[in-house]
Design a protein around this ligand. Structure first.
Ligand code: INI
Length: 168
């Protein structure tokens, strides 16, 4: 263990979205799953006392990165939650859609500096997706929204006026 003081650490019960607004972008593809992810994301933002959230639908997971980028450029949100469900079929389509969704969403976050949470399920079967959308493995939409809340807090903590020396 290092003696260095920890500069940022948040317990799950310290997540607080009050005063912050979130965009939730949802893929309609596999909507039976993504609707449940959306329900989880909204519940998380309510639990964290978000000031507001707005929902935007796009056709599929492949469209999530561009939608996130356009939303980031509105400067209206403290973070974006991207929700989708990519389920493996018999063709390589899965790899392109899932891979580009992940790569593109990370690229938007890094290019814009706005937190973008990856709430895209990538599973082999519908059953595996159901288990992660309010089933035995929880709700990954809820988890993604809570990650967005925490990263918005992290960004806000660093945006505070600089006090040289205060961080050691
Ligand atoms: N989109 C998804 O969100 N999930 C999938 O499982 C999926 N599959 O399997 O094809 C999917 N395809 C559509 C894709 O996201 C785009 O909407 C489409 O390619 C048009 O750009």
């Amino acid at each position: 263990m290092s003696n260095q003081p920890i500069q940022w650490s948040l317990n799950e019960n310290q997540r607080d979205a009050s005063g912050r607004k979130f965009a939730i972008v949802v893929a309609r593809f596999n909507s039976g799953i993504t609707d449940k992810l959306l329900e989880g994301a909204r519940r998380a933002l309510a639990d964290a006392k978000a000031a507001g959230s707005e929902v935007f639908y796009v056709p599929g997971a492949f469209e999530l990165p561009l939608a996130a980028k356009l939303l980031a450029h509105t400067h209206s949100y403290h973070a974006i939650v991207a929700l989708g469900a990519v389920i493996r079929g018999d063709t390589p389509h899965f790899d392109y859609v899932a891979g580009e969704a992940a790569r593109g969403l990370q690229q938007v976050a890094l290019e814009t500096g706005l937190p973008v949470a990856f709430g895209v399920l990538t599973t082999d079967t519908l059953e595996q997706a159901e288990a992660r959308a309010g089933g035995a493995h929880g709700n990954k939409g809820y988890d993604a929204a809570m990650t967005a809340v925490e990263m918005a807090q992290f960004a806000a903590s660093l945006a505070a006026p600089l006090h040289i020396g205060a961080r050691g």
